[in-house]
Design a protein around this ligand. Structure first.
Ligand code: NAD
Ligand code: UFG
Length: 329
């Protein structure tokens, strides 16, 4: 298939482009590089030894989208493009609603116009709010406490309504848990601007000496050791989940959790990182971070069953690959 990957120069998008190319698909990337670098496109080509077509465009630009769709015969779209910083979304809600919702609506509009019937959307476990773990796709969604999370809830709803009104338009909604790690080549990975919000890039920057110590946000949660529990998933496994979703997409709307099904606490993650890389990570326990929940992990059985997809990489590989990438930066 010929797949348009929006946000394909980003963290998850770049790994998914590699997975698509390795599975024999062709890739067109549309990315405005607002949170990525063009060099990533070269790395994707280098790793896969295949060419990709790259457009530096904003996917909220309808004219630019029409041009891409009229130039190429596109079989499907994977829509990663969007902004994802929770705190920033609270400060700049309009910017987040504009970018994340307008991009989704315009892409769907152009897909319908050009008869493109496969649409895979990047959603997030954040849509479950503070539900009871493990999270299942059938659960009622709960408020997400931030505009970023709301853009995911709203995008899911918009795509569902569009698919219901256009039976040939097939949508796969993928709810990611906590993607970490990097490609084993060490060439592509997560390189956030400024001080990282997420734990793994923070830990790798502490390991490198760029940051002094990790702040563990709270040790009084109702979890095994009091620290927050998350479902960390290797980004290459997550990327493979997109290929499986695309290749198994049937008519209608299908929602899948992409996680490992296993919860890991902050202290367990630290221990795994130290073990995998033989580096000590200094840390302080500080107050809880506002908006955080105690536990978040998936029931991933639907994706296992219907997509024939399972994770292959464990926590040690996630830590080892994340560190290899950071060392190369
Ligand atoms: P990322 O920031 O690395 O990648 C997003 C890419 O989209 C970037 O390359 C950016 O330049 C591009 N982009 C943003 N707005 C654009 C626009 N209007 N036009 C064109 N390009 C645009 O983020 P990521 O971690 O790879 O996340 C990809 C998707 O997955 C996002 O939609 C994100 O919300 C979602 N997601 C991420 C996580 C996570 O923990 N990383 C978890 C759940 C969901
Ligand atoms: N944490 C720390 N110190 C840090 C950073 C994080 O202790 O410096 C803790 C958090 O409190 C949490 C865990 O590490 O318990 C994971 O935090 P992250 O910030 O890495 O990830 P979140 O689970 O908060 O959120 C991530 C993405 C969201 C997405 C969600 C889906 O950032 O966009 O996963 O589950 F919606």
């Amino acid at each position: 298939m010929n797949i348009l990957v929006t946000g394909g120069a980003g963290y998850i998008g770049s790994h998914t482009c590699v997975a698509l190319l390795e599975a024999g698909h062709s890739v067109i990337i549309a990315d405005n590089l607002s949170n990525s670098k063009e060099q990533v496109v070269d790395y994707v080509q280098h790793i896969s030894n295949k060419d990709v077509i790259f457009y530096k465009v904003d996917v909220t630009d309808e004219v630019a989208l029409n041009e891409i769709f009229s130039r190429h015969l596109i079989d499907g779209v994977i829509h990663f493009a969007g902004w994802k910083a929770v705190g920033e979304s609270v400060e700049k809600p309009l910017m987040y609603y504009m970018n994340n919702l307008v991009s989704t609506m315009l892409l769907a509009k152009v897909c319908l116009l050009y008869g493109v019937e496969r649409f895979v959307f990047s959603s997030s476990a954040t849509v479950y709010g503070d539900n009871k773990v493990p999270f299942k796709e059938t659960m009622d969604l709960l408020p997400t406490t931030n505009p970023y999370g709301e853009t995911k809830v709203m995008s899911e709803r918009i795509l569902t309504d569009i698919a219901n009104a256009n039976p040939a338009f097939s949508v796969s909604i993928l709810r990611y848990f906590n993607p970490v790690g990097a490609h084993e080549s060490g060439l592509i990975g997560e390189a956030p601007n400024g001080i990282p919000n997420n734990i793994m890039p923070y830990v790798t920057q502490v390991a490198k000496g760029k940051l002094e110590k990790l702040r563990v946000f709270g040790n009084d949660y109702p979890t095994l050791d009091g620290t927050g529990v998350r479902d960390y998933i290797h980004v290459v496994d997550l990327a493979d989940g997109h290929v499986a979703a695309l290749e198994n997409l049937n008519e209608g709307v299908h929602t899948y959790n992409l996680g490992t099904g296993k919860g890991t606490s902050v202290l367990e993650l630290l221990k795994a990182f130290e073990e995998a890389n033989d580096i000590e990570i200094p840390f302080d326990i500080v107050d809880r971070r506002p908006g955080d929940i105690a536990s978040c992990f998936a029931d991933a059985s639907k994706a296992n069953r219907e997509l024939g997809w399972t994770v292959k990489r464990d926590l040690i590989e996630m830590c080892r690959d994340a560190w290899r990438f950071e060392k190369n930066l």
